[in-house]
Design a protein. Structure first.
Length: 323
């Protein structure tokens, strides 16, 4: 199933499922006679929730469906009860750090010498920790927004970027889970755009406490367009990922290049810590999946489309308010 949360322009999130080649939405609340009130509640209900959703779709009448074109999609779960964004793609890190060094060197009196000095000292290089264990930070869940919603450019940034990611939702309480059993704890998947203010990120990361204002501002975490249940994506590690700006393909990659799998993440994060149904784990940016890797940053009015095979396309416009 492809589950969504939609609103009719009133800001009220309603649980739904895409049908008819994704052109229509079954209102799961109406079709289930009120048994399904939200996608979060459906996830918490586990197999019973999935069964209820399948039954609701099967018996849905025309009166309990809406035209997708007439409504707006929120994030599948908005806000998620917890968000962790991880680093799973080595290629992205290598390419992003290389270009970050170039950007910093350009500010020096002797860019070539500055570049050599940073390379020799390991500044802005992939940390050994990445290879030793999964790395993650807790993102701002209240900054989540949905498909076709605008991303508002923060007033303190001059260099805005997108990041092509996907991620999984936890389906049941998980603690001290072993990798070989971790797939059973994944409810489903969605697309995530980890929008980043690169100048703010560069300034703060020297503090070695993780990203803050580089990542956290209103509307900075678009997710969607839907939540694809795990049974529909039988091989999440063989999916093509594509990013476009204003219709032009900027880069593409594959989930097959993940250095760390979601199963690795669940094993690591759940050690002596409970993960709860509805929590979201981001994959980190796929190689070739952000503007920094191509030295192409966003401009006001740009429309970013992120596509992941089997899930769909997440589209958002970048808006910079006039001062």
């Amino acid at each position: 199933m492809k589950l969504v949360t939609y609103d009719k322009g009133d800001g009220i999130g309603r649980p739904g499922a895409l049908i008819s080649d994704e052109t229509r939405i079954v209102d799961l609340g109406r079709a289930s006679d009120g048994a399904i009130l939200s996608i979060q509640g459906l996830v918490e209900a586990g197999e019973d929730g999935l069964s209820a959703a399948r039954d609701a779709i099967a018996r849905a009448s025309a009166a309990s469906t809406v035209d997708r074109a007439e409504v707006r999609l929120q994030a599948p779960i908005q806000p998620p009860i917890q968000m962790r964004d991880c680093l799973c793609f080595e290629t992205h890190l290598v390419q992003a750090f290389t270009n970050a060094r170039k950007l910093r060197a350009q500010q020096a009196a002797d860019p070539e010498a500055a570049m050599k000095d940073m390379e020799a000292r390991g500044i802005l290089s992939v940390p050994q920790t990445f290879y030793d264990q999964p790395i993650y930070y807790k993102a701002n869940r209240f900054a989540v927004t949905g498909h076709d919603h605008d991303v508002i450019w923060p007033g303190y940034s001059n260099f805005m970027d997108f990041e092509l990611e996907f991620g999984c939702y936890i389906g049941k309480a998980a603690k001290d889970v072993k990798k070989e059993n971790a797939r059973d704890f994944i409810f489903g998947y969605t697309i995530f755009n980890d929008v980043t203010a690169r100048d703010a990120q560069t300034a703060e990361m020297g503090g070695q406490l993780g990203p803050a204002k580089g990542k956290d501002f209103d509307t900075s975490n678009p997710m969607g367009p839907c939540l694809v249940t795990a049974d529909e994506l039988t091989d999440p590690y063989n999916l093509t990922m594509i990013c476009r700006i204003n219709g032009e393909e900027i880069g593409r990659g594959s989930t097959s290049t993940m250095y760390w799998s979601f199963e690795d993440l669940i094993e690591h994060i759940s050690a002596s810590e409970t993960l709860y149904p509805g929590e979201f784990l981001g994959s980190g940016t796929v190689g070739n999946g952000c503007g920094l890797e191509h030295m192409r940053f966003l401009a006001p009015g740009d429309v970013v489309e992120l596509e992941v095979e089997g899930i769909g396309i997440l589209r958002n416009r970048i808006i910079k308010p006039e001062v």
